[in-house]
Design a protein around this ligand. Structure first.
Ligand code: AMP
Ligand code: MN
Ligand code: MN
Length: 329
């Protein structure tokens, strides 16, 4: 584990940032660390940057201080959270490039080494980056502000403790966080379950128009730009649809995509233990985790389906031949 206090020692200016289309863990981990650094080191200049912060998380302390345009200045230290590939910083990449030193805290697979090893805290099987931030701050120094941030990150990245990335340690940390002064059930509802009516309609439409492929093992749904325009919706209104699709009995992989610009799709993949979607996403230029991954692809929605299902089939075949070998032994 890295020592965050040692890393920030002698740094007068610090910038924190996270991935584009920031999710609950992006907010929770970066605002959690931000509030710790601001409180412990008031003499340092600490700034936090995000691209298009989502007002869903405006209840988090520090939300109002988020800067949305990268500055040209050269920070003494740049800390990347919940991502390990500089391309996922979007225009905030400039902050990393101009910084004198970098650090990275992340739990995605395939870390691209954007910071020196001594400044990198990468734990691939951690539930969330927020859980890692908890460990860096240390249980003794967590306060009401960092607690609500970290709890938000854990709750959203584990699907409220549902996904297989939830460990005993995750629950113990969450248990400790619940002792602080914030409404934990409100966080669960607002950060994870609550939907606007528009989101509910888009969820309904995606489910209604979904199709099953590969003997019901794969479920697919597509939202086009035309549909997004019809509902006056943005990508934020599509959060959670893929997980809901994945709940379908008998399904190993859920594929949800939406058209970003004509001929380009943002694809979300969710799976169970039978298929590793990180391998598929990485092969097609994206990444993520074994059971939750994402990518962006050009072409038609059929091209996306063909490419992804071909990779899924490959994994089934590999599994079958492994099982065959095992049976022969
Ligand atoms: P999403 O389907 O966008 O919610 O992403 C699922 C998981 O994969 C999240 O942990 C994302 O941070 C990660 N992810 C999504 N897209 C990419 C990408 N292009 N590269 C690396 N990780 C990604
Ligand atoms: Mn994230
Ligand atoms: Mn995360």
């Amino acid at each position: 584990m890295i020592d965050i206090d040692q890393i920030v020692e002698n740094k007068q200016s610090i910038a924190l940032s996270t991935h584009i289309r920031p999710d609950g863990d992006a907010f929770g981990s970066s605002l959690g660390l931000y509030s710790y650094l601001k409180k412990k080191y008031p003499e340092k200049k600490t700034d936090i940057y995000m691209i298009e912060p989502n007002p869903l998380f405006d209840y988090l302390p520090g939300y109002e201080e988020i800067l949305t345009e990268p500055s040209e200045e050269s920070y003494d230290l740049f800390i990347a959270l919940d991502m390990g590939d500089k391309e996922r910083l979007g225009k905030n990449k400039i902050l990393l490039e101009n910084a004198k030193e970098a650090a990275c805290i992340d739990h995605h697979l395939g870390y691209k080494g954007i910071a020196p090893e001594a400044n990198s805290f990468i734990v691939e099987d951690a539930s969330s980056t927020a859980e890692l931030v908890y460990e860096l701050i240390g249980s003794e120094e967590i306060d009401d502000e960092s607690a609500i941030c970290i709890y938000t990150g854990i709750v959203t990245d584990t699907g409220v403790f549902q996904y297989s990335n939830t460990s005993r340690k995750t629950m113990e940390i969450a248990g400790h966080l619940m002792t602080f002064d914030f409404d934990h059930s409100k966080v669960v509802n607002e950060a994870f379950y609550e939907k606007t009516y528009r989101q509910t309609l888009l969820l309904g439409r995606s489910l209604l128009e979904s199709i099953l492929l590969m003997d019901g093992k794969v479920i697919v749904s597509v939202i086009t730009q035309r549909t997004l325009r019809f509902y006056n919706a943005s990508s934020r209104d599509l959060e959670g649809i893929v997980s809901q699709m994945k709940h379908t009995k008998g399904v190993d992989v859920a594929i949800f995509m939406y058209e970003t610009v004509t001929g380009e799709f943002k694809v979300s993949l969710r799976s169970n233990e039978n298929i590793n979607v990180e391998v598929i996403a990485r092969k097609l230029g994206g990444g993520g985790h074994d059971r939750a991954a994402g990518l962006t692809m050009t072409g038609s929605s059929y091209d996306v389906i063909n490419n992804v299902t071909a990779e899924i089939e490959k994994q089934y075949r590999e599994k079958e031949s492994e099982d065959g070998v095992r049976q022969e032994q």
